[in-house]
Design a binder for this molecule. Sequence first.
Ligand code: IPE
Ligand code: IPE
Ligand code: MG
Length: 247
Amino acid sequence: MSLKDQLIKDRLPKHVAVIMDGNGRWAKKRGNSRVFGHKNGVKAVREVTEAAAELGIGYLTLYAFSTENWSRPKAEVEALMALLVSTISSETKTLMKNNVRLNTIGCRDALPKAVLAKLESCIEETSSNSGLTLTLALSYSSQWEIIEAVKTISTKVKDGSLLVEDITSENFGAYLSTSGMPDPELMIRTSGEHRISNFLLWQLAYAEFYFTEILWPDFRKEDFYQALMDYQGRERRFGKTGDQVKA
Ligand code: IPE
Ligand code: IPE
Ligand code: MG
């Protein structure tokens, strides 16, 4: 039986988050420039998106560019932005075919106009799709997002439209850019790095983490199924004891 067939369909996560890492090292191993690695990462994005859509997973969030990534060499940043534009152009038809809706989180104002324009037209074109919601985290940092939420909340408290005692861990999420989405139950990071690099700090509070040595450009559907299999073997306790969970 294939890995895909072994997955228990009603126990799939509703939301999977991925830190797509290792493009630079993948290219370096081949004696190529880092940008070559980024270009070869596009296929992995397509594979994972398609796999998630086919399985009926509701939300897939991909960390594509962090706020901290702006400090990379100018040429790499420019190449990444250009790659974003060309990828969105070429992939829109695949998104339509797979009934995928595009969404973004992060500081939109920091993105070059050409990127923003492409993103907005793809978001518009895919807005009626009812399958997977694919969220690209672009110029995203979780600390930035939390600070933005705190500013909004402070303003509301100041003008009297929100009471301090009404701020709870249940409704705080509504002030984050992931508002309306369930929190990810599974977070995958490729390339052997074991850190979350300012990604979804609030939302990953109870996520299961899956780390793999595979470099992002080599990541394929089977690797995604493997991560899901691993997730399905976990016991999620949420503070309770194992016996309580089983009962
Ligand atoms: C992930 O690959 C892609 C981005 C962060 C944009 P990296 O570019 O971080 O690759 P490594 O970690 O240097 O190998
Ligand atoms: C995190 O990867 C950001 C993305 C995958 C877009 P990095 O490779 O930039 O993370 P650090 O800085 O090594 O932790
Ligand atoms: Mg990296």
